[in-house]
Design a binder for this molecule. Structure first.
Ligand SMILES: [Mn+2]
Length: 372
């Protein structure tokens, strides 16, 4: 009787160990792939009555992106299955990029840099009307702050992501301070994603935002970053390349400063008006350019009346692409077109276009905003 009991106990223990090992492996495997994986795409069936844009197989085509933008324009949402497919494909693509991306614009070609879009989807469509759709021959860099504030942030981010899926050389995307969990919780993107897709997508977007590169260099001459420069001198491009960026933005250090800093008219450095990052003078900009053999800093992050501002003796340009920001600032938007090889910045400004009657911050958490 005693022996039988012991044998049964051992058997139960073995079964328990096997079950735990299997569960542990699944948990570990799930973590290795991130929160989501491709197999889940097929769990999302598309109902026959769905009339929106469809991705055929795995390939995002220009026709699909055009149809999706048209649906968005008419305030139709994309099926969760395709949103899922776009965001997963984007995660895999962005993960493989370095923290600082080098862009080569061949002789005779041009390249367009846009600043903050902040969920103003109809103004994004207007940029494409004015300057053409992204393609290998008409490439763009969107310099962060794609989402939050404007109430069409999901439409903006899925459009930018879909173009990158279509062709990685047609569009480059940099992280802004609003591509973060804490900002999205307060300024509307989280609420918008929950309302238009689901809670699961909030986590998925947060994960993909952590994969966005932090800065770009065009033809080894033009340094492009969302916020600005650093609290210390002597930072080299190799230091930026070496940043382990796969995290929520820290509260200090190089990554924080790239996403949050602003220029100031006075030389030297000062405290940030935002309480995060710092403000830096023209001498800081010039030393950084000299030490890295660069010509120009392009950054975004601040609304400007004319959509842009040239500071620091022409060595720093701010570009902001959300006209009449939050439906109340009355500012113009701008983008910069560079022609290779001289890379002289040609600035184009534009005014806001009408959008459906959904106010900015319609999905924002007003309770959390009181404490921010
Ligand atoms: Mn910003």
């Amino acid at each position: 009787m005693m022996i039988v009991g012991t044998a049964a106990a051992i058997e139960v223990a073995i079964i328990l160990v096997v079950v735990l090992v299997v569960l542990g492996a699944r948990w570990w495997g799930g973590r290795g792939r991130g929160v989501f994986h491709k197999g889940q795409v097929h769990d999302l069936d598309v109902e026959p009555q769905y009339s929106g844009a469809r991705i055929d197989g795995d390939v995002v085509t220009l026709d699909f992106v055009k149809k999706m933008m048209d649906d968005f324009k008419n305030q139709k949402c994309i099926h969760k299955r395709y949103a899922f497919q776009i965001v997963l494909q984007m995660r895999d693509m962005l993960r493989a990029l370095p923290s600082l991306v080098d862009i080569n614009v061949p002789h005779g070609n041009h390249f367009t840099v846009c600043g903050d879009v902040h969920g103003q989807f109809y103004d994004l469509l207007n940029i494409f009307e004015l300057n053409g759709l992204p393609s290998d021959e008409n490439p763009y860099l969107f310099n962060g702050d794609f989402v939050d504030r404007g109430s069409f942030s999901l439409e903006v981010i899925l459009t930018l992501f879909a173009f990158k899926c279509m062709s990685p050389a047609a569009i480059y995307l940099a992280r802004g301070n609003h591509e973060s969990k804490s900002m999205n919780k307060i300024y509307g993107f989280e609420g918008e994603v929950k309302s238009k897709l689901s809670d699961t997508f909030v986590e998925l977007f947060a994960e993909v935002f952590c994969c966005l590169p932090l800065a770009h260099v065009i033809n080894e001459k033009v340094f492009v970053v969302h916020g600005g420069l650093f609290s210390v001198d002597g930072v080299k491009l190799s230091d930026i390349r070496a940043i382990d960026r796969f995290c929520e933005p820290p509260e200090e250090g190089l990554m924080c400063e790239l996403l949050w800093s602003d220029p100031q008219p006075n030389p030297g450095r000062g405290p940030s008006k935002r309480g995060v990052g710092l403000s830096f003078g023209g001498d800081v900009t010039k030393r950084f350019l000299q030490e890295n053999n660069l010509d120009l800093v392009v950054r975004s992050h601040e609304v400007k009346d004319e959509g842009y501002e040239i500071e620091h003796d022409g060595k720093l340009i701010t570009v902001f692409s959300a006209p009449n920001y939050c439906d109340q600032m009355g500012n113009k938007g701008a983008f910069i077109r560079f022609e290779a090889p001289d890379l002289k910045p040609n600035i184009v400004t534009f005014s806001a276009v009408p959008h459906p009657d959904v106010k900015p911050m319609a999905y924002a958490n007003n309770f959390l905003r009181m404490f921010s």
